[in-house]
Design a protein around this ligand. Structure first.
Ligand SMILES: *Cc1c(COP(=O)(O)O)cnc(C)c1O
Length: 352
């Protein structure tokens, strides 16, 4: 069997969630399990958090129904809301909490014939300019919902563009814009993602929305000892050779040995979600010791530096996890850990 394996440590997920809940001051918290729980498996992660969390957040109706069909009864927020008005029938049937981020979603929701009052998360565009009502349009949208007998309650929400960059002033400006526009609007709020919970004590109110840090990865980059990586992506060396100085390795012959080099062949490539842009030097660990990628990553395999004769065929490789933080691999590949985790596929998944 191909040895590439994603180990998902559900006890780490639970510990990280509890840590975030403490950071957030004990307020209610959603576990964000969109995109198959950032590549960790939505159903298994949601079930593992069922006794800790106050609800879940997913992107869309398909992801919400997947959770409901496995018997999950806690609140589920649909972060993108609906894509067509007809989806509100399923929102009603499965008792979901849709985000409303624009006028057509609002009008379609108010036009729908609900079987029971619906809880709505009303999104404000406090500066990110992706979705949500502008602050000056927000109160009318809120009132339209709050006054409708079809609506059980309205949670006011917004999202930060730069919470992972605490040196920037934008998050403080977004909080101020949000608070000003909500001055006379009662009810719950929600704005803190992982980065905000970590860096902005002002956001420790309302519903937290815990994503990346819950998976044990810091949104600030680097490692953060408060969080335990949930995914460990491992494989094995299944080929080895010694190359003399001056020999190329792999596609494009982009890397050429400078000295006699022991090279290992590892099962894992860009078709598994490992980034092709990870160039020579990208860190990984062999038998627990840090080493590096040599040459270009192929579709199904990659070549790596072996340290000595102890390392060779059968040696355990950690592509990321405990020794090598996924943030390091992301930095080497010019991307972010979110993308690498979401992209993992074809690997065997083992829950531990
Ligand atoms: C994905 C998402 C989150 C979680 O963000 P993290 O940075 O992973 O904590 C929170 N809120 C919204 C609206 C999101 O789309």
């Amino acid at each position: 069997m191909r040895p590439l394996t994603a180990h998902i440590r559900l006890n780490h997920l639970r510990d990280n969630f509890s840590t975030l809940k403490q950071l957030h001051g004990g307020g209610p918290m959603l576990a964000v399990v969109k995109a198959n729980a950032y590549g960790h498996g939505a159903v298994r992660c949601a079930e593992a958090l069922a006794d800790l969390t106050d609800g879940y957040a997913v992107a869309c109706i398909e992801e919400a129904i997947e959770l409901r069909e496995t018997g999950i009864t806690l609140p589920i927020v649909m972060l993108e809301g609906v894509f067509e008005a007809s989806e509100y029938a399923l929102v009603d049937k499965y008792q979901l909490w849709p985000v409303v981020g624009n006028h057509w979603q609002l009008e379609a929701l108010l036009a729908y014939d609900w079987s029971q009052p619906v809880t709505v998360w009303l999104k404000m565009d406090s500066g990110m300019h992706r979705t949500g009502f502008f602050p000056h349009d927000y109160a009318p949208a809120y009132e339209a919902l709050a006054q409708s007998p079809k609506v059980a309650s309205v949670v006011k929400m917004t999202h930060f563009a730069c919470a992972d960059e605490p040196m920037k002033t934008m998050t403080a400006e977004q909080i101020a814009a949000f608070d000003l526009a909500c001055t006379d609007l009662p009810g719950d709020i929600s704005f803190a993602n992982s980065a905000a919970m970590m860096a902005y004590p002002q956001t420790m109110r309302g519903w937290g929305r815990a994503g990346l840090a819950m998976y044990g990865v810091s949104p600030m980059g680097g490692a953060d000892s408060r969080f335990k990586p949930v995914m460990k992506l491992t494989s094995k060396v299944f080929g080895e050779r010694v190359l003399q100085p001056g020999e190329p390795i792999g596609y494009g012959a982009s890397f050429v040995t400078e000295q006699s080099t022991r090279v290992g062949l590892v099962a894992g490539g860009y078709a598994d979600g490992y980034p092709r842009r990870a160039a020579t030097g990208t860190p990984l660990a062999i038998e627990g010791a840090r080493s590096r990628v040599l040459g270009r990553v192929s579709m199904d395999m990659m070549t790596v530096q072996l340290a000595d004769h102890q390392q060779g065929i059968g040696s355990a490789v950690e592509l990321w996890g405990d020794v090598v933080n996924v943030n390091e691999v992301a930095a080497a590949a010019g991307t972010i850990a979110y993308e690498l985790l979401c992209n993992v596929k074809r690997a065997k998944v083992v829950y531990e």
